[in-house]
Design a protein. Structure first.
Length: 87
């Protein structure tokens, strides 16, 4: 669930790029996406097959894996967007 008011549209899907950073939910601060892949023991194939949902070139969600903390819907959010992923 994402706070729709924090997003810039249009949203777009892309593959990861060198230098990508995000703010992992459940953690403080930012993290390089390449470090996240390493910490989570992604294979090269899994890393290359992972999609990234972005808004205004900021990572919103590593699809099916982890959400960026900056866009998480809170109890005070007025417009909540549910994004589903079906494999």
């Amino acid at each position: 669930y994402i706070d729709k008011d924090l997003l810039s549209f249009p949203l777009h899907l892309r593959k990861w790029q060198k230098g990508d950073i995000f703010y992992p939910s459940g953690m403080k601060g930012k993290k390089k996406l390449s470090d996240y892949f390493k910490d989570e023991k992604f294979s090269l194939l899994a890393k290359d097959q992972t999609w990234i949902l972005c808004a205004n070139n900021e990572i919103v969600w590593i699809v099916g894996k982890r959400q960026d903390a900056r866009f998480i819907a809170e109890n005070t959010s007025k417009n909540i967007l549910q994004i589903l992923f079906n494999q």
